[in-house]
Structures are given as C-alpha cells and as structure tokens.
Design a protein around this ligand. Structure first.
Ligand code: IMP
Ligand code: MG
Length: 409
C-alpha cells in the first residue's frame, strides 16, 4: 500500500506534520522532488525538527528514507542536515538512500540563482538554494547526476572548484546511493509514503507560472520523481490550511488587504507562526481560496484532504473563504492561467460564523464545535473531496483522523 502526500496550496500547508503522523505506519518514506528549498517542520513530544532535504520519516528510528530521482541534492546542505539530526540523537546511518539518478546542486548554482532573480524584471523571490538552476541544467542536458560523480566519469569535465567540492563527498554519498526505483519496486508490498514538497500552485505546469518553483509538486510527480508507474499509487492526500499563505512573489487573489481586512494578516501570521522555515521570511497570508483548492483536487485526483491550522481561527468572530473571483465585472469560477486575471481579480467571499472556542484538545470530528464542522463540510462540498484528516495544533496528538489512510477502499 502506498500514499502520496502533496501540498494543495503554495507550500507550507503542514506536510511535515501530516507526513510524520502517517509515517508511523510506513516502512519507507520517499521524497521525489525539490531540494533544500523545502522546509518541513515536525514536532514530537519534546522536540521540533526543521527538515529541508531529508524526508520527514527520518525522525522514527526504524524507517528507511529515500531521496528520489526527481530531487536536486546539495551535498553540503544534506550533510549539514544529517549532522544536525545526529546531534539531536536521530541515528540515520544505514537508513538514508539516495537515487543514483538524482541531480546535484553545485556551489555556484546558488550564487547564479540569486543573481538571476535580482536581474529579473519580475523577481520570483527564490529561496536562493540553487534549485531553479539545477533543474535548468538538467533540462538543458548539462546537469550532474549522482551516478556521474560516483563513477568519476564527469569529474574531469568540471572546473576545479566544483570537482574538489564534490570529491569531498564522494565516499559518503557512495555508501548511500542505489537504484532507488528498483529498490521501491522490490518493496512495493510494504507501506510506502511519498512526501511531496512545495505545493500544487508552485508546480511549474499547474501553478502560477513563472512564480513557481522548478520541481514537480503535483501527485503525478511522485511517480515520475521516484521511478514507479502512476498505476502503483493507491491514495493521494492533499494538505491544505484553513486559510492561505505564500512566500515569495506572485499572484495571490485572496491575500488579506489592510483596507478590507484591517490587521487580520498580522493576527494570522502571529497565531499561525507564519514565517518561512528555510528563509525566515514572513509569509503572506489570505483567505482560503476554494477555487484554487478545487483546482488542486481536480488536477491531482486528491482522494482525501488534510485540513491543518484550523485552530488558528479559534478566536475569530467570523471567517471568510473565496468561492469565485470577479474580473472586469464577470464571475470567474475556474482557477485562471492568466497572471493579469489572477492579479486583478477580486475574491468573491462568503462568511462563516466563528466558533470562538479553543479546539486544540478535540480528538474527533464530533467533538469539534458545530460552526467548525460547518466550515469543514462546506470545503468538502465545494471541492467534492472529503476532509479525512484535521490538524488542530502542532503536536502529533492534535490530529483528528476520520478515515483510516493505510487501507485500500
Ligand atoms: P525556489 O524554489 O527557491 O526557486 O523558489 C521559487 C518560489 O517558490 C519562491 O516564491 C519561493 O518562496 C517558493 N518556494 C520554494 N520552496 C518553497 C516551500 O517549500 N514552501 C513555500 N514556498 C516555497
Ligand atoms: Mg515549508
């Protein structure tokens, strides 16, 4: 049995927590896309872990984690993270497998990434981790794969700086590298969890291009980026917040506006701790965009939604969510490709009554206040997708599971 967990918005939906929660029953956790641009937070009873490259399953002592084909790996960032985990008493040796087909981020790529963004007429607000440059090199067939440096065939073609950088890691990487596609195929009868990075609206094909990342953040990416066929995916879980956030630039139709919403952005940012895990940037915040969420459900065949950060709305008298956009006097009901429409459209908002109760200790759907249940039921109806997981706080136990995820229905 396998599960794919993706972000259904612009990233930072709480995938780290949901993956950690579901990984309890997994044998293998696979990252299939992105690199050190991601920031996944996992909170256990007494410790907070902030992960970038290593799949969130690493926190459990017995799981195997895989850095798949579709990833771009900066060896320096990887070993810094593994050393950090070691210091936090997470023993990782023998449990981290790297795909021989994954691409490597060279030191100069990070510099080029920042320089390119600074020169753009429309800067994207990249995390500066060299991700876009690594994927661009891959697409133009000038990339460096893990296998190419391990057998040293490509080393002599690199400049001195790059080749000495890589040489320092070859022995350590070599011990961890295998053909991960074949490994996953042989272990298909086990429980495998595919951990997405970023979110559907940051996917280069499905997202708000060019204000997107460069790796695939779709469910389809799980297949392509780990070398398993699309038919072998059993269940797709889309994680979304009760509101929306985005880091970096780009259209955000439901973003809170001072004139309309007063201090709401500051309030939500503080309560929801909305600061980037990778760059520390304050996240832009806005209403839940159900048009975008329905689009994410449709384009990814999401079976179940995991709704997170619902408790952030605990103190609100009322909350709003977007059910359509208005552009030049016309109603827009599908998530548009046009930046012009996305930038100028105003959200059509509907209002829900707030529940004004702390929900952090609720452990079942029925324990949630009726007004919170109403909000959830509206999301389900609007997107045509059941909300099977609800997160009411950072801790593992603050999770409501409405339907078992590791069962084929
Ligand atoms: P890049 O992936 O570093 O090139 O960044 C491209 C865009 O995606 C920027 O707007 C980033 O802020 C955004 N981005 C990249 N990774 C994440 C993530 O993990 N969470 C949220 N936004 C991200
Ligand atoms: Mg994040």
């Amino acid at each position: 049995m396998n599960l794919v967990v993706i972000g259904a918005q612009w990233g930072d939906e709480g995938k780290g927590k949901i993956v950690d929660y579901l990984a309890r029953e997994a044998d293998i956790v696979v990252r299939y896309s992105g690199g050190a641009n991601a920031g996944h937070t996992v909170v256990t009873d007494d410790t907070t872990y902030k992960l970038h490259l290593v799949p969130s399953g690493i926190i459990y002592p017995d799981k195997i984690v895989v850095l798949g084909i579709g990833m771009v790996i900066d060896p320096e960032a990887l070993f810094n993270e593994l050393n950090m985990l070691e210091k936090m008493d997470v023993r990782w040796k023998g449990r981290v497998l790297i795909s021989d087909r994954a691409h490597i981020t060279l030191p100069q790529y990070k510099k080029i990434d920042m320089e390119m963004d600074a020169k753009r007429k429309r800067p994207i607000g990249t995390t500066g981790r060299g991700i876009g440059v690594t994927y661009a090199m891959k697409a133009q067939r000038d990339g460096v794969r893990v296998v190419d440096v391990l057998d040293r065939s490509l080393l002599k073609e690199l400049n001195h700086e790059d080749s000495s950088f890589i040489s320092g890691y070859i022995d350590r990487i070599s011990e961890m590298t295998i053909d991960t596609s074949s490994y996953l195929f042989k272990n298909m009868q086990k429980n495998i969890l595919f951990e997405g990075a970023q979110g559907v609206l940051l996917d280069p094909d499905l997202g708000t291009y060019p204000y997107v990342s460069s790796g695939y953040s779709s469910a389809a990416g799980a297949s392509q980026g780990s070398g398993i066929g699309p038919k072998s995916i059993d269940r797709i879980i889309g994680v979304c917040k009760a509101y929306s956030t985005r880091v970096g630039n780009g259209p955000f139709p439901t973003e809170f506006k001072k004139e309309r919403d007063g201090q709401l952005e500051e309030k939500i940012r503080e309560k929801g701790r909305e600061y980037g895990v990778t760059t520390g940037r304050p996240r832009r915040c806005g209403y839940l965009d159900m048009v975008a969420l329905r689009y994410a459900c449709r384009t990814n065949c999401i079976d179940s939604l995991a709704l997170t950060h619902l408790d952030v709305y605990d103190e609100m008298d009322e909350l709003k969510a977007c059910v359509a956009y208005e552009y030049q006097g016309k109603k827009v009901e599908e998530f548009p490709a046009s930046l012009e429409v996305l930038n100028k459209a105003t959200p059509v908002l509907i209002t829900f009554k707030g529940w004004k109760t702390a929900i952090g200790s609720c452990r079942s759907f029925d324990e949630l206040p009726r007004k919170a249940r109403k909000y959830i039921e509206f999301i389900e109806e609007f997107t045509g997708t059941p909300v099977d997981i609800i997160s009411v706080g950072y801790e593992r136990k603050q999770t409501i599971l409405r339907r078992e995820m590791w069962i084929k229905y």
